[in-house]
Design a protein around this ligand. Sequence first.
Ligand code: ADP
Ligand code: MG
Length: 339
Amino acid sequence: MDKTGTLTTGKMTVHEVIPMPGTPDTHALLLAGALEDPSEHPIGQAIAREAAARLGPLPAVTDFAALPGAGVQGTVDGRLITVGSRHLLTQLAIAIPEHLRDAVSAAESAGRTAVLVAWDEQAQAGVVLADGLKPQAAPAVAGLRDLGFRPALLTGDNERAAMQVAGQLGIPAEDVFAGVPPEGKVAVLQQLRADGKRVAFAGDGVNDAAALAHADLGVAIGAAADAAIGAADLTLVSGDPSDLATALQLARATLRAIRANLAWASGYNVIAIPLAALGYLNPLFAGVAMSASSLIVVGNSLRLLRYQPATASRRPVMAATAQPIPIADRTVALAEDNQ
Ligand code: ADP
Ligand code: MG
């Protein structure tokens, strides 16, 4: 499963803007918000929303380019602005002052997501974002495990934020793949498949589209990007990750019904057709038997309409749990990842 937007609400909020000493934080927020305005990513939407709410109408952006799993770039007020991960800035040879590097590390240690805003070949501010787990995320993971699946987390976000979420969901560290760019998600799935595993992948973003297409079963969740829905085999429109377990159980029940129908139909025919051919069956009885065979198959299939998944009782009552669960501010001791 992807993290942002799939297991977390994806409704990120700007927690803090950390400018370089001397730069007003509103200036960085205005430029970042203007740049992120066309972005479909929850991070971009949160920054644009915050900027518009605090600073009013945003300046226009030209030459906008989204770099999936990395950030965005474009021109605002005649300046080339980049907003994205530390990794992206490093790749673009944009300098990251010590002050911002430390601030981003501290935010990530608290399980938050942090991105950098850069212009003039240098990072000028950090934006720290907070996201909450979907209330159904933990029951969803538990439900999948009960069904005999092995839940794993595959995310483009940093390792510390990923570990925080995994810890709260009971996913062990060995099943967490963090800091994975979109092509990397495909590579991880291919590796798992090469190891003989059958892999379902659930995601919501443009950055997940390739992985959704490469998984044995690709599942787009909720208000997923069109690219994700197009690439997926299955779309869970509610955005509730526990529907994944329900869908897999329904698929198993459907397969059971198909097998039972095949056994019924062929059993009937294997016995009744030779009897009829040899004249041992009254044509009236043969006709009734043929219809009965069809009715049994259709009736057996229709039972699926009333199908109740075994883990449905796990689903929390919506009214009681509609609030996102904050990702714990627990510090995870992890080696500094030099992204
Ligand atoms: P996930 O796999 O959790 O959905 P993504 O692969 O979409 O995460 O993003 C990975 C990282 O790339 C983010 O944590 C962020 O640092 C950066 N990023 C992606 N899109 C944007 C954006 N629109 N603005 C800023 N940073 C972004
Ligand atoms: Mg996502």
